[in-house]
Design a protein around this ligand. Structure first.
Ligand code: T46
Length: 189
C-alpha cells in the first residue's frame, strides 16, 4: 500500500509506503513499481544512490542534472533524519523559484518524489545520517548544475541554517538568478 500526499509544489509528492510491524520490528516494500502504478506514478529508475553524512547540519545541494540526462528522484532516509527540499527551476513555471521541504527519517519512513526540473538538496538533522534515493538516469557530471542552498530569493527555511556544513562546491554555488535553467515548464494536459 502506498499513500501519496501532495505538497505545496504540484508534481512534488510525499509518499508513505505501508510498514508491517511485529515484535521483531517492521517490513516495508520501500519501492514497488506496482504500488507506484496504482497511484498513477510511472518512473523508470535506473540508479540507486546512497550517501552517508557524519555530522548533523550537513547540507548537500541544491543540485540537478540537465537534459538529456535529467533525473527524477525518489528520496528516503535510511538512518537518522533529514530535511529534504525541492525547488522548481522550470522556466515559465507558475511556481518557479518556489520550494517545498519535508522531514524524512528512518522513523517516519516518508519519501519525497522530486521530478526532473526541480533542484534537490537536503540538510541532515542527526549525526550519521543516510540518504537513499532512486534516479531515472545515470550520473552525468558534465550535466550537473547547482543553485545556492541559502539563496535569499528562494528563502528555504532550513532547520539548522546557522550550523550548515557544506562542500566547497556547494559553498560556491550561484543563486538562482544567475542560472540559465535548462528546464522549461510544460503545463499538464
Ligand atoms: C551524484 C553522484 C556522485 N558521484 C561521485 C562524485 C564524487 O566523487 C562523489 C561525491 O559527489 P557529490 O559531492 O556531487 O555528492 P553530493 O553532494 O551528495 O551530490 C548529490 O547531492 C544531491 C542531494 C543530489 O540530489 C544529487 O544526487 C547529487 O548531486 O560521488 C557518483 O559517482 N555518482 C553520482 O551519481
Amino acid at each position: 500500500m502506498l499513500t501519496v500526499t501532495p505538497t505545496n509544489l504540484p508534481d512534488v509528492l510525499l509518499l508513505a509506503p505501508s510498514r508491517h510491524g511485529d515484535d521483531r520490528g517492521f517490513f516495508s516494500e520501500s519501492w514497488s513499481a506496482a504500488h507506484m502504478a496504482s497511484a498513477g506514478l510511472k518512473f523508470d529508475f535506473v540508479q540507486d544512490n546512497h550517501s552517508f553524512s557524519r555530522q548533523m547540519g550537513t547540507v548537500r545541494g541544491l543540485h540537478f542534472q540537465a537534459p538529456p540526462q535529467a533525473q527524477d528522484k525518489l528520496v528516503r532516509c535510511g538512518r537518522g533524519a533529514l530535511y529534504d527540499v525541492a525547488v522548481d527551476i522550470r522556466r515559465g513555471s507558475p511556481t518557479y523559484g518556489h520550494w517545498t521541504g519535508a522531514e524524512l527519517s528512518f522513523e517516519n519512513g516518508l519519501q519525497l518524489l522530486v521530478p526532473a526540473g526541480f533542484a534537490h538538496g537536503f540538510m541532515t538533522l542527526t549525526p550519521d545520517c543516510e540518504i537513499i534515493y532512486k534516479c531515472t538516469d545515470t550520473y552525468a557530471p558534465a550535466l550537473e548544475g547547482a543553485v545556492a542552498w541559502n539563496d535569499p530569493d528562494i528563502g528555504i527555511a532550513w532547520p539548522l541554517a546557522d550550523a550548515a556544513i557544506l562542500s566547497d562546491k556547494d559553498s560556491a554555488a550561484a543563486p538562482l538568478s544567475a542560472l540559465e535553467s535548462p528546464f522549461t515548464y510544460e503545463a499538464r494536459p
